[in-house]
Each structure stands twice: as structure tokens, then as C-alpha cells.
Design a protein around this ligand. Sequence first.
Ligand code: FAD
Length: 370
Amino acid sequence: SKIVVIGAGILGASAAYQLAKSGVEVVMVDQFHEGQATDAAAGIVCPWLSQRRNQAWYQLAKSGAKFYPELINALEKDGEINTGYKQVGAISIRKDNNKLDAMEERVKRRREHAPEIGTITRLNQEETKAVFPPLDEGFSSIHISGAARVNGRALRNALQRAAVNLGAERIHGKAELLTDNENVNRIKVGKTLIEADKIIVTAGVWAKEILKPLGVNFLVEAQKAQIAHLKLPGVDTSTWPVVMPPSDQYLLAFDDSRIIAGATHEDEIGLDFRVTPGGLLEIFEKALKIAPELADSTLFETRVGFRPVTPGFLPVIGPLPNFPNILVANGLGSSGLTTGPYLGFQLAKLALNQEVEINLEDYPIKGAIG
Ligand code: FAD
């Protein structure tokens, strides 16, 4: 059987990799739009501290985090060493110890069903500053050893490369669905026509446009995210944990003396690629409030990406109603690095008519159709 994947961000690249691994014929088509969410994202895999109550979301994010070590292992066996993933742990920082008590209790309770959380350690003010030196005085924290950071760009590249090495074909270009036969099982990329048994649409915020010719009003919105990369020349940041402060913005480090601060959540402005003073002001205000020493770091790079958001901020996955050959997954929002590899794995299973590990009714496609 032959399967086409339209869109090779983290989600599509993961599906293509799993499909190629299973031995079917796979064609990955990606336009690599400016603002691809995966390309801008450098983030956290640590869903267990979230106060979000939605169980469907939590189960998916929890499974996604748990799946990572297994995936990274498989990629390494396939020769992909540079996956951008590292289990450096995370610290959740607070000045108020009562808040930390409540958090510690919550995460300990969650660990009963999620041993991958690892070791939970309370760090006092000195210990907290020791693990992430630019932090301001006065923060204590909870350290979670199972948390990780991941560079979306690096992981996407590793998944795509591994898929190609396993026999997948990769085409750069804009895919369009051909609606000239009842089955809708053909696409067009430029002048090339490709027929497939299944078509997987993992096109992020651009999925609306792809599905329109089918008469489907797909309700995905773009949430703009700006993010800043700083450097601390000469400082070895390679083992620093992810920092989760009380605000909605985080700090994390990468190997090359790099600290990442972000990201903004900008709704209802559409595909606006610009880096703005207002966006950077928000990022720096929040970052410097918890780590004033970063005021003198080097501003090295800024990125903009569009998080795909579906109604209720809940991912959707499954066959498109009335179009059984078309499988769609979308709406990964602000936790797509966490859920994307796992959800892509489930998509591959669906395309191969295998049993999935998730309850599809919890993530219904029809909830994203207007
Ligand atoms: P995308 O990565 O946007 O990929 C969609 C792809 O489809 C694109 O390459 C596009 O070109 C292609 N495409 C679209 N239409 C067509 C077409 N017609 N033909 C061919 N190709 C097409 N998540 C976390 O878990 N933790 C974090 O800390 C975190 N931080 C983030 C920080 C930022 C700045 C951003 C932007 C996101 C962050 N996320 C994080 C969220 C995560 O990055 C996204 O949810 C995820 O990357 C979405 O992946 P995707 O594959 O669905 O979409």
C-alpha cells in the first residue's frame, strides 16, 4: 500500500518515519511554509505540572512524554544521533513555599500513574540557583528528573532523514487534493500527480486551505509565537534544567551556551511573520524578572511560529468524515513537541489499519469542522 503525508512538521515527519519503518511506500510532501511551528519551537517536554484539567489532553501529553525515550532510542538505532532531545530535568520555581507544597503533592500523586516523571526533589534557594545560575535570588523549586528539552528543528530533521533512509520519498512543494474522483485518493504537487491508498493531512495551520476544495470548513486557527535565543558566551549551559516560572513563559538551555526565552501567545492576528518590539518586550520582561543576569547576554536569534489551535485547544485525530481515505491530525497547540511524535505514531497505526492506543472519541475530527 502507498501512503502520502502532506506536511512534515513534527507530526507528519513522525507519521512518515513510523510508516517507513513498517515497510509501506511513503511519500512525504512538505512546503516548509515560513512560520512552521516545529521549526520555531524549542521546548519543554514536561506535562505533569500542568494545572489544565482536561483529561483527554493530559492523557495524550503524558503518553507523548513517556514515548520519547523509546523514540529517541529507535532513532539512534537508525543512525540518528542528533535528535535535539535531552532529559535535563525541569525546575518549577516559586518564591512562595506553600505553592511549591501544593505542586509537589500534585506531581507526587501523578507519579503513581506516570513513573516516567522520575525523581521529584525539593531544592532550596541556594540549590535552585546552583542548577540555573542566572536565576534571581529567592526562588526555591521542585526538580523533576524525567522532564526534557527538545529542539523541534533537530528532531524534525532526524525523523525526516530516518524516514528517507528507510525508503520514504520526500518532495518539497505544495500539495493539493484532487477531487475529480469520488474516492479523493490523489494529490497534485506542481505537475506531478500521486495516487495513494491513504492521504494523511498534517498541515498545521495551513490545513484549512487544503481541505477547502472538499467543501470542508476546517476550524484551525494560528496562534502566533515569538521566541528569543540568547547566548552566554563561554558558559557551559549543556546540563541546565528547563525553568518553569509562575508566568506562562519559560527558560531553557541548549548545549552551545544558548538560553531560550519564550514564547508569546498571540491570538487572532493570523499569519503575521514579524518579530515585534511588543512581543520581544513581553518575552524580555518576563525572562529578566526571573533571571536579571540575562540582561547582559547576547541576543542571538529570534523566531516566529504558528501554533495550530483547534476548538477547545484539544488535538483532533481520525478519518475525515465522508472521506475515509483521508486521515487528519491537528490542533497540537502549545504542547505539540510533547504530543507530536506519539500522535504521529498513532496516525501511522490508523493508516495501516492497526489498533491505536488512544481513544479516538476523545479527539474527534468533527469537533474541528464548521
Ligand atoms: P507544523 O510544524 O506547522 O507543520 C506543518 C507543515 O505542513 C509545514 O511544514 C507546512 O509547510 C506544511 N504544509 C502545509 N500545507 C501544505 C501543503 N499544501 N503542501 C505541503 N506542505 C504543506 N510544544 C511543546 O510541547 N513544548 C514547547 O515548549 C513548545 N514550545 C513552542 C514554542 C514555539 C515558539 C512554537 C511556535 C511552538 C511551540 N510548541 C511547543 C508547539 C509545537 O511546536 C507545535 O504544536 C507543533 O510543532 C505543531 O506541529 P505540526 O506538525 O502540527 O505543524
